[in-house]
Design a protein around this ligand. Structure first.
Ligand code: NDP
Ligand code: OXD
Length: 317
């Protein structure tokens, strides 16, 4: 008898739940948030799919063997006060990767082509051409060269941008110069547009701060330097971002993620013309792709093959 999959997800509609269930290919699903009375423990449940779990849930899963993350990031899972000693598999899928690359490319182009300034001119009914450097004259530096960083890098290159990368290992990526921790200064000195695609870990918390922004390269023709963050808000210091926009250390930002979500209506970030804000919507997990992915991973696991995209607990991503 196949083990059910326990899910801890807040669905905005029952349609989403139905689509997930269909994509799981008939596996029985226990929805912990369906409002029904659930037993104290779930013996026989070997798999769980969670987003922001309460650690107490895991005490109720004595037979858990694999924990799946609804998203590519797993920082929410590590916040649980108790985590069972089972593999944690994060979501890696082209549907999510492609969405993030679309968002990153869009933001880079918005700043390159000074769209915010044109928006203002349109409101003012002002006909005025602005400088138009080519993408090849602008260096985009990506911090975090994993699944998302590498795909964004390839697509930015295809648009003509000069692209460099930075990662913990500095591991090679075809066609891109990737710097490691020791190369951070050199990386920042080249970068006009900084893109954050880092996981949130002990090491990356607060990494995007004034110290980093003040070492970026200024481009003479566009409002710069620019900071774009699609990774996690905990990696950025929002007080520094606001102050750097105020004093010109930063010429523009695009932020999809925030220290606290939803972003408070009181945040000064809302008020900057040169700040583009989106509500953690750069790359949502497609519910059907997620169901298929979890189903495939369980099939692999039960066939004795290795699970894919297992999180390294010592690194936190
Ligand atoms: P990966 O694990 O594939 O890549 C992470 C990258 O970050 C790797 O290059 C890794 O280096 C690097 N890295 C990690 N820690 C450090 C460090 N301390 N110093 C330098 N580099 C570091 O993750 P993904 O690309 O799949 O996803 C990245 C993040 O994007 C997710 O963790 C999630 O938080 C966020 N995300 C946001 C979404 C949104 O809608 N806004 C949607 C999906 C994900 P190395 O290569 O050496 O291991
Ligand atoms: C993710 C996210 O981590 O949506 O996948 O933020």
């Amino acid at each position: 008898m196949p083990s059910p999959l326990l899910i801890d997800i807040q669905f905005e509609s029952t349609r989403k739940f139905d689509r997930l269930q269909a994509a799981l290919g008939g596996r029985n699903v226990v929805d912990i948030n369906d409002g029904s009375a659930h037993p104290e423990t779930f013996p026989g449940v070997r798999y769980a799919l969670v987003w922001k779990p309460d650690g107490k849930l895991f005490n109720r899963l004595p037979d858990l063997e694999v924990l799946f993350s609804v998203g590519a990031g797993v920082d929410h899972i590590f916040q649980a006060d108790f985590l069972p000693d089972v593999p944690i598999v994060r979501f890696v899928d082209h549907t999510l990767t492609t969405r993030m690359s679309e968002w990153v490319c869009l933001q880079c182009l918005m700043h390159l082509r000074q769209q915010r300034a044109y928006d203002r001119q349109q409101r003012e009914r002002l006909w005025q051409e602005l400088p138009q450097p080519q993408a090849s004259e602008v260096t985009v530096g990506i911090m975090g060269m994993g699944q998302l960083g590498q795909d964004s890098a390839r697509k930015l290159k295809a648009l003509g941008f000069d692209v460099v990368g930075w990662s913990r290992s500095g591991g090679p990526v075809e066609g891109i110069d990737v710097y490691d921790a020791a190369g951070l200064d050199a990386f920042l000195a080249l970068t006009h547009v900084l893109v954050g695609l880092l996981p949130l870990t002990r090491e990356t918390r607060g990494i995007f701060n004034r110290g980093i922004f003040s070492r970026l390269q200024r481009h003479e023709e566009i409002a710069s330097p620019v900071f774009i963050n699609g990774g996690r808000g905990g990696s950025q210091v929002e007080a520094d971002i606001a102050a750097c926009l105020e004093d010109g250390t930063l010429g523009g930002v695009s932020l999809d993620v925030f220290e606290e979500e939803p972003l408070s209506a009181e945040s000064p970030l809302w008020g900057f013309e040169q700040a583009i804000l989106t509500p953690h919507a750069a790359a949502v997990s497609d519910i059907e792709a997620l169901g298929r992915y979890v189903s495939n991973q369980i099939t692999r696991f039960e066939a004795g093959q290795e699970l894919e995209n297992v999180v390294d607990r010592s690194l936190g991503y």
